[in-house]
Design a protein around this ligand. Structure first.
Ligand code: C2E
Ligand code: MG
Ligand code: MG
Length: 869
């Protein structure tokens, strides 16, 4: 150290300058200084260079002693003269350039001061390396440029939330300068009507937890424009952890957020089944909220091209009322034209544009000057409505409006299309497509409601079950289109007659139902009369004029039932009774009917058992050759059921039940098998019975297997087709089912005879008779019964015989009970007779006895023909 000090002092000694004590101590102090220091003499030469300076300049003092100081320091700007450099560096903390002997440079700060010791003038220079600091400054400068050029708004606030810095992005985005923010919390300044009120609290919570906050928030610019911003707010702490302030970075996400918010809100509304008007109002409000300069309206266009205001929350209701019903067209305002053209239309000046000639009186008084309208289209391109953005200035859309329009159009068409689909689905699900009446589900729902109201008022109500008479005939004879037309007509007549608070629905097929709330039994009776009259008015189906009629059943609430299902069931029973009583009338439900219906249900169960347990049997009634011959033509197999508890149940009671409940296929097959087995048995035992007639139901003819089953049965029992006759009723001929005709043909081809039973009671047309392969007609018993008393019956009887003969059919007279009937029929030359006069239906054994007792001989076909001749 001493050596160094001496060294340091050496130049001075060399300069033969007397050394003052003050100088010595100065030298000593400088030598100890942690800052780099050097001293120059009056000739600006370095006379002292301390160790810190050696370190800074990276050289030894010997290398610089005696050198002009300008070799060590330069001015920041430019190297000038020694004097000028000196002058520039005088004073405290001047920036200068440190010049190293090794040629490198560094930024430094110099404070140079004059020291006078005795006669000597020195200058001491303290030098500090500021290159780090300078670098930092440069970085800061750069950072500031970067921060300023960012599109994001960045601001720094102190711990107490006072803004201390904003970048220029902040001013660009939000319109405020730093000065305007002084003393105001930025969240207060930027909040607006729709800002999340909890923002401040959330920031405080995050800060208290020492965490940052990342959130999306709606803030408002100085001009009041709402902006969706993504905010990243981060705390800055000093080394000991105390909060210095907050750095907040805001980025504008209005475009993406708008899309998302609109989408989410609208989809949410759709999911929650908002009405279409409410969804559209939501869209309008959201758009106006995002772009307050817009006034939005949504209009629908119906199938007739008429406009209906759907949503325009910022326009007066009177405006919407005036828009309603206006037709779209080439001059019907911006919306009307856009819908008409199917393209967007922009009118920047409503007041002068000819497109608005007819509608400007509606918009200009509201201060609306310009309008931009888009058609809302379905996915198939149909115009469903329009979306309009109105401006209060003469202007066109900006980019945000275009984005909004894009988003909204998509949502609007989704909403309107969904509405239409919903309506369609609703219509399909709850209304009958043919008549437009509520279907069973809808009717029940409405009826339940109506009955609940009636119950509340302690009133009564009537439920009507209306069934058209002979509807099937219309359908079969005139075709389904005519049938459909009749149903539509009847539906319209019912709706017209009923209407008001009454509810009409279509139950199924030709069945209609109605609920008449607050209606007494007497009133229900007169309504039923009125309905019968209305239905009976002639109507045309194709080229035909029809005279429809109906049967109506009436059940009363609450006496006949309290819920709609039961009431409809009871009204149905009453209708059934009206129908059985000849149709074209009405009946009230009675407890009796219910009993009968219940009996049918138990009968069905019993019949199933009977079939399964083989409790049925057949009796045979002989058919004898007419014209006096003692000949047996054949026997008719008639089904008998003797129930252990219920006693003898006639076929007229259980056959319809079997038909209704689907048992008839099994039942008929059982009868056919039994009859064939019996015939085979008689044949085996040499009992000559020419043929057996079996009654088959119309429904059996719908079974495509029928002819196959019959031929199998014949084969199985070694019979020939000629041994079997099938008795069918006229309804078989009228069945439109193509299988029925095919069966008839197949049975004919098989060679099994068909006999038309109960002829004269149904609605058979003669044209059917000659078109179908019928070999036998059975004149209904009712004609035979009246022969003795009625000339008409006698005429009809002989006419049927003549018709049958002329068509080459054998005519059988049924129900012959008396000798006089027998005589008349014989005189008329009826070939075959059947009735109690000859024999009742008998079990096989007694029949055999009867045959033996009577001494009948089998009548072959040829004999029967001969008998006729
Ligand atoms: P249907 O085929 O016209 O049978 C004739 C009915 O008249 C039989 O009544 C018979 O007993 C009755 N009858 C016979 N002679 C006389 C008479 O001189 N005077 C009166 N008043 N009646 C007479 P049944 O056996 O009660 O049968 C009634 C109906 O039930 C039958 O009328 C037929 O349509 C049906 N039926 C009977 N058996 C069967 C069957 O096995 N299958 C089907 N699908 N229907 C059957
Ligand atoms: Mg019969
Ligand atoms: Mg008959």
């Amino acid at each position: 150290m001493l050596r160094r000090t001496l060294n340091a002092l050496t130049p001075l000694r060399d300069a033969q300058t007397p050394v003052e004590p003050a100088q010595d101590s100065l030298w000593h102090v400088l030598e100890q200084s942690v800052d780099a220091a050097f001293v120059i003499d009056s000739r600006h030469r370095v006379v002292l260079f301390n160790p810190a300076a050696e370190a800074l300049w990276r050289c030894r003092r010997e290398d610089v002693h005696g050198l002009p100081f300008t070799r060590l320091l330069g001015e920041v700007q430019a190297v000038g003269t020694t004097e000028s450099t000196m002058a520039a560096l005088m004073g405290s903390h001047r920036d200068a350039t440190l010049l190293r002997p090794d040629g490198s440079e560094a930024a430094c700060s110099v404070s140079m001061s004059k020291v006078v010791i005795g006669d000597h003038v020195f200058h001491t220079a303290f030098v500090r390396d500021t290159s780090d600091q300078q670098r930092q400054l440069a970085r800061l400068r750069q950072l500031s440029i970067v921060v300023d050029s960012s599109d994001n708004a960045i601001f720094i606030s102190s711990a107490d939330r006072e803004v201390v810095y904003v970048n220029s992005g902040f001013t660009r985005m939000l319109g405020y300068r730093l000065e305007e923010l002084r003393g105001i919390k930025p969240s207060d300044l930027l909040s607006g009507p729709h800002t999340d009120g909890s923002l401040d609290e959330r920031i405080s919570r995050a800060m208290a937890a020492g965490e940052g906050l990342q959130t999306e928030v709606l803030l408002y610019t100085k001009a009041g424009r709402p902006l969706w911003l993504s905010a990243a707010i981060n705390p800055v702490h000093d080394e000991d952890g105390s909060l210095l302030g907050l750095v907040s970075v805001l980025s504008d996400i209005t475009q993406t957020k708008m899309h998302q918010v609109l989408h989410n809100k609208v989809l949410d509304a759709l999911v929650h089944e908002w009405s279409v008007a409410d969804v559209m109002t939501l869209i309008c409000r959201e758009v106006e909220h995002i772009a307050p300069e817009l006034t939005v309206s949504i209009i629908t266009v119906d199938s007739e091209g008429l406009m209906h205001a759907l949503a325009s929350p910022s326009l007066p209701e009177a405006w919407a009322r005036k828009i309603n019903g206006l037709p779209i067209g080439p001059r019907s305002g911006v919306s009307g034209v856009a819908a008409w053209r199917g393209r967007s239309v922009l009118v920047k000046d409503i007041a002068s544009d000819p497109l608005c000639a007819n509608t400007r009186h509606l918009t200009t008084p509201l201060g609306l000057r310009a309008c931009w309208t888009h058609p809302i289209k379905s996915s198939s391109g149909r115009v469903l409505g329009t979306l309009s953005f109105y401006y209060r200035e003469n202007r066109g859309p900006e980019e945000l409006h275009e984005r909004l329009a894009d988003t909204c159009l998509h949502l609007c068409s989704l909403t309107l299309e969904r509405e239409q689909t919903n309506e369609r689905v609703h219509q399909l699900a709850f209304y009958d497509t043919l008549t437009g009446l509520p279907n069973r589900i809808m009717f029940s729902a409405k009826a339940e409601q109506a009955l609940a109201n009636v119950a509340q008022g302690n009133g009564t109500a009537a439920v009507l079950f209306i069934d058209l008479d002979r509807f099937k005939r219309v359908n079969d004879a005139q075709g389904h289109a005519a049938g459909d037309g009749l149903l539509r007509d009847v539906a319209a007549r019912l709706s017209e007659e009923l209407g008001g608070i009454n509810i009409v629905g279509r139950q199924a097929g030709d069945e209609f139902v109605a609920v008449l709330p607050m209606c007494s039994a007497e009133q229900a009776g007169s309504v039923a009369e009125r309905l019968l009259g209305a239905i009976a008015a002639p109507t045309t189906a194709g080229l035909m004029t029809l005279h429809p009629s109906a049967s109506i059943g009436v059940a009363m609430f609450p006496d006949d039932g309290r819920d709609i299902d039961l009431l409809v069931r009871h009204a149905d029973m009453a209708m059934y009774r009206a129908k059985r009583d000849g149709g074209s009338g009405f009946r009230f439900f009675s407890v009796d009917m219910n009993r009968l219906a219940q009996e049918r249900v138990s009968l069905e169960a019993a019949l199933r058992d009977a079939l399964r347990l083989d409790q049925l049997n057949l009796q045979y009634q002989p058919q004898v050759g007419g014209c006096g011959g003692q000949q047996l033509y054949g026997v008719e197999a008639l089904l008998r059921w003797h129930h252990a508890d219920l006693g003898v149940i006639p076929p007229s009671r259980f056959v319809p039940v079997a038909e209704e409940c689907g048992l008839i296929a099994d039942l008929s097959l059982w009868v056919l098998r039994q009859a064939c087995a019996q015939m085979a048995d008689w044949r085996r035992r040499g009992i000559d019975i020419p043929r057996v007639s079996v009654n088959v139901s119309a429904i059996n003819f719908r079974d495509p297997q029928l002819s196959l089953q019959i031929s199998d049965l014949l084969d199985e029992h070694g019979l020939v087709p000629d041994d079997l006759t099938l008795e069918i009723t006229e309804s078989v001929m009228l069945d439109p089912d193509p299988d029925v005709l095919e069966n008839i043909e197949a049975i004919y081809v098989l060679g099994v005879r068909l006999s038309l039973d109960d002829f004269g009671t149904g609605y058979s047309s003669l044209s059917h008779l000659h078109r179908l392969p019928i070999s036998e007609l059975k004149l209904d018993q009712s004609f035979v019964r009246d022969i003795d008393t009625s000339a008409i019956a006698r005429t009809l009887t002989s006419s049927v015989l003549r018709i049958g003969e002329s068509l080459g059919m054998k005519v059988v007279a049924e129900g012959v009970e008396t000798e006089s009937q027998h005589r008349f029929l014989t005189e008329q030359r009826f070939p075959v007779l059947q009735g109690y006069l000859f024999s009742p239906p008998l079990p096989p054994g007694p029949l055999e006895d009867w045959l033996q007792a009577q001494g009948y001989a089998a009548m072959r076909e040829s004999q029967a023909d001969a008998a006729l001749a």
